[in-house]
Design a protein around this ligand. Structure first.
Ligand code: SF4
Length: 426
């Protein structure tokens, strides 16, 4: 459940009902000021609300002072094992310090950090990792890793409360997606502190993004989690930020920049849509408006399910159509489709109006109608889906309320052929 408490990390509220905060971690040597600051600026531009830097050595804590002063977003210092560095990071002005109370040298050292943090008004992130649970939980970890993780987190929370320190958020990290989901669900019922979500060592951009979307997306959809970090094996920390935003945008938890909708393509495609989509996606990164932009590989379906998009294109071999909110704007030669689309988007960004030229709109509508008519008999994926939806709605209406959906009549071959597909109704 959403955390009741919150922390304030350099002016950014985390928890207590605030929007889910995006964070990442720099991959540079922290003491390399120019490289670290360059990466911080990049992740900030990509939409990171806060950023963590590793502070494993004295020279990193020295650099921290400059980083905190120059960073456009709040800085979290990541400390392991050495409580002295935690104290120094607080003195250096870090907006938050991340530590694992289990590996910092015992309760006395945790207490020392808590005293210093309280005096400075610096919140802490206390973390539990599946790889570093306290010894007394190792047997439980073998039998029930979720209970062990949650047990360790609750023990740390109780330790902080005994120290009269409550200005913290909590993270439970595991490389297992199911364990991360189960542990955070359980923890959210046991404590009221803000939760930091992440899948440890999630993997490459491809596999790590999917694991994170499944794990964090499931929790966020349940209303659990106050800040997220996507851990990807890439030097480009801004990629982690982009993935985090896609997850939040997909769940409609936050808005940032355009949303791209693109058809999966099929055998009707007559142009290099892969390149077009990649080009549009890259160019949209420069825009801040949360507009929806659709790319349809062919006009056989008309504008169809993309009719709600603020702007869209649909293509054929030589020509394509630019449309907006369900209506054609104009047809353009295929090779100018993307540039002309961006002219429309730019004009909208300046004027907040979508300008319609009646003559061009009529030409576009005529072109679209012609292509639709020429392909009227085609059962495209979209038409098939629409037919199935309509048929199901019709049948649901006709059925007595006592008949459950699973007992409804299957579609026949006219409405939904199975020839060439991976299943049959015979
Ligand atoms: S039929 Fe649908 S999936 Fe196939 S290219 Fe056209 S819009 Fe894309």
């Amino acid at each position: 459940m959403a955390s009741k408490r919150h922390v304030n990390v350099g002016g950014v509220q985390i928890g207590g009902g605030a929007p889910v905060i995006v964070q990442t971690m720099t991959k540079t040597e922290t003491a390399n000021l120019s490289a670290t600051m360059a990466q911080i600026r990049k992740v900030s531009d990509a939409g990171a609300d806060v950023v963590r830097v590793a502070v494993p050595r004295e020279k990193d804590v020295e650099a921290l002072k400059t980083i905190v002063a120059d960073s456009p977003i709040p800085i979290i210092a990541d400390i392991h094992f050495n409580h002295t560095l935690a104290l120094k990071a607080i003195d250096a002005g870090a907006h938050c310090v991340r530590l694992n109370p289990g590996n910092i040298g015992g309760p006395d050292k945790v207490a020392e950090v808590a005293v210093r943090a309280r005096a400075a008004g610096t919140p802490l992130r206390i973390g539990v990792n599946s790889g570093s649970l306290p010894k007394h939980l190792h047997t439980l970890e073998r039998d029930n890793p979720v209970e062990a993780l949650v047990g360790a987190a609750v023990e740390f929370v109780e330790l902080m409360e005994r120290l009269d320190f409550t200005d913290f958020k909590v993270s439970i990290k595991s490389t297992s997606v199911p364990n991360t989901i189960a542990a955070n669900r359980l923890l959210s019922q046991r404590i009221e502190y803000p939760l930091h979500l992440g899948i440890t060592e999630a993997g490459t951009k491809w596999s790590g993004s999917i694991k994170s979307a499944v794990g964090l997306g499931t929790l966020l959809a349940d209303g659990i989690g106050d800040t997220i970090r996507i851990s990807l094996s890439t030097f480009h920390a801004e990629e982690e930020v982009k993935v985090a935003w896609e997850i939040l945008k997909a769940l409609k938890l936050r808005e940032r920049g355009p949303v791209l909708i693109a058809c999966p393509t099929c055998g009707r495609l007559q142009f290099d849509m892969d390149t077009v989509v990649a080009d549009i996606e890259r160019r949209l990164e420069d825009y801040e408006d949360p507009i929806e932009v659709a790319v349809l590989g062919c006009a056989v379906n008309g504008i169809g399910e993309a009719s709600h998009a603020d702007f869209g294109i649909t293509g054929a071999k030589n020509e394509g159509l630019i449309f907006s909110r369900g209506k054609p704007l104009r047809k353009v030669p295929q090779d100018r489709l993307v540039d002309e689309l961006f002219k429309e988007i730019d004009a909208y960004a300046k004027t907040r109006r979508i300008v319609v030229d009646d003559k061009h709109q009529a030409e576009g509508a005529e072109w679209l109608a012609r292509i639709e008519a020429e392909n009227a008999g085609d059962l495209t994926p979209e038409r098939l889906a629409a037919l199935e939806k309509a048929k199901q709605a019709e049948e649901a209406q006709a059925l007595p309320a006592s008949i459950s959906p699973s007992e409804r009549i299957l579609l026949d071959e006219t409405a939904s052929p199975t020839d060439g597909r991976r299943f049959t109704r015979a």
